[in-house]
Design a protein around this ligand. Structure first.
Ligand code: EPZ
Length: 418
């Protein structure tokens, strides 16, 4: 298995470009199943999760052409309506094809997505919404079958502003008869990008980015040419890397309003953050101040940046309190940070992080994508070398991480199992 070896102590300097957003391209690729037309998508990042989603689309009969960061999907030959357990276990976001298949064909059979390192992650909100639109839902032998003669638009209210449920229901609703309203919808920027893609296919979706989304259906969908928004979590990760190494880095290809909460937190911790039209410059002080952190649905502080921010807190001045309000079990990185000397106490969903002068390098293991990113940040500031195992988790969501960090002066290399 591939590992990273990171030698700490270098201040990062220079500029780095964020790639297309993983959490925008995944629903957009799923949405390309809705149409018999051709979807041309630009700025598609080279990520393991994108590879898996392409596999899922091919498995379902879509034809895919890749040319660098341009992916073309021809949905005309989509035939299979079943997502295998193997594919669903590989990536929870495979469940995003359910809405499109149910909307276009009136049936979908999917294995239950595996819970993963960050919690059980049920699909009750997705299924409740499909049922409210007229689908019958049966669950047996670990599979979910949703089917209907035709979906009917209705008023939906999500108990929780689930990103995936909002996306799945939005996509299905483009083929439901009449108007569908989604209340308490997720407001993440990736929903706006999905709305823009759907509307460029010919759908009629309004309100994404707010908690009330209206979809008129059914609509005849055609072809589209779309460029994915930049990855705000990747950008935020480099912002924290700059701050925590006492560096001076410009992050290019970022939409500042998408990282407002991270900008505010970094400024609160004493970093200097200069915001321009499509880039952000972060300069870290010699020592940061600790902050308190509560993760919330957008526009609150993103749960996908919690582990990275916790690394900053492990070496900041003072004690900070983290409360993870989105997932019930997103502290898998804590044990590994403790192995590096971090002083962290967990009480349920709350972590109390007491700043120490420096982390120390050692062997650590990645359990999930963002925990992995956090361990790389920890390695950048730890004394001596840190060996990070199972880096494939990181490759799921960060394009060429070690290459981008090396260009900023980091001492990081990828090695095969030693
Ligand atoms: C999306 O996951 C993102 N993934 C996650 O990013 C992100 O952490 C999450 O949204 C929250 O922002 C993609 O977009 C591919 P949710 P999703 O449904 O849609 C509960 C990363 O690192 N819930 O908003 O799966 C669920 O258990 C990944 O890039 C239900 O209870 O997240 C969780 O506690 C990790 N029932 C909370 O809602 C449901 O039917 C948020 O989940 C659905 C969700």
């Amino acid at each position: 298995m591939e590992k990273f070896i990171v030698i700490g102590g270098k201040r990062l300097k220079g500029s780095v470009r964020a790639s297309g957003a993983k959490n925008a391209i995944l629903p957009i690729l799923a949405a390309s199943l809705l149409t018999k037309g051709v979807s041309v998508i630009h700025e598609v990042p080279a990520l393991l999760d994108v590879q898996v989603m392409k596999e899922v689309l091919k498995y379902l009969g879509a034809r895919i052409k890749c040319d660098g960061s341009i992916v073309t999907v021809d949905g005309s030959k989509v035939s299979s309506l079943e997502i295998s357990e193997d594919l669903m276990r590989k990536m929870r976001a495979s469940n995003l094809v359910m809405g499109p298949l149910l909307g276009r064909f009136g049936k979908v059979k999917a294995a239950y997505p595996g819970g993963c390192a960050i919690g059980s992650r049920p699909m009750d909100l997705h299924l409740k919404g499909f049922a409210a639109m007229g689908a019958s839902i049966t669950e047996k032998h670990g599979y979910i079958i949703a089917e209907t003669d035709s979906l009917t638009g209705t008023e939906l209210h999500l108990d929780f502003p689930s990103v995936g449920a909002t996306e799945n229901l939005m996509m299905a609703a483009t083929q439901a008869k009449g108007q569908t309203i989604i209340r308490n919808a997720a407001k993440e920027p990736e929903l706006v990008d999905l709305q823009n893609f759907l509307n460029s296919l010919g759908a009629r979706v309004r309100g994404a980015g707010t908690d009330l989304i209206k979809i008129e259906g059914p609509t005849e969908l055609g072809s589209a040419d779309h460029t994915v928004i930049p990855d705000r979590v990747e950008a935020g990760t480099y912002m924290i890397a700059a701050a925590v190494t006492g560096g001076d880095v410009i992050i290019q290809n970022v939409i500042p309003e998408h990282v407002e909460a991270v900008i505010a937190k970094l400024r609160e911790a004493g970093a200097r953050v200069e915001v321009a039209e499509d880039n952000i410059r972060v300069t870290g002080p010699s020592r940061l101040k600790s902050v308190d952190l509560k993760t919330l649905p957008y526009p609150g502080f993103p749960t996908d940046m919690q582990a990275q921010m916790m690394v900053l807190m492990t070496v900041a001045q003072g004690t900070g309190v983290v409360s993870e309000a989105v997932f019930e079990n997103r502290y898998k990185h804590v044990d590994e940070l403790r192995r590096m000397g971090a002083d962290i106490k967990i009480e349920g969903r709350v972590a109390i992080v007491k700043g120490i002068p420096q982390l120390s390098g050692t062997f650590v293991e990645v359990t999930d994508l963002r925990a992995g990113a956090a361990l790389v940040l920890a390695g950048l500031i730890a004394e001596d070398a840190t060996v990070i195992e199972n880096v494939w988790h990181i490759d799921r969501g960060y394009e060429h991480l070690e290459r981008k960090l090396s260009l900023l002066g980091a001492r990081i290399m990828r090695v095969n199992g030693i």
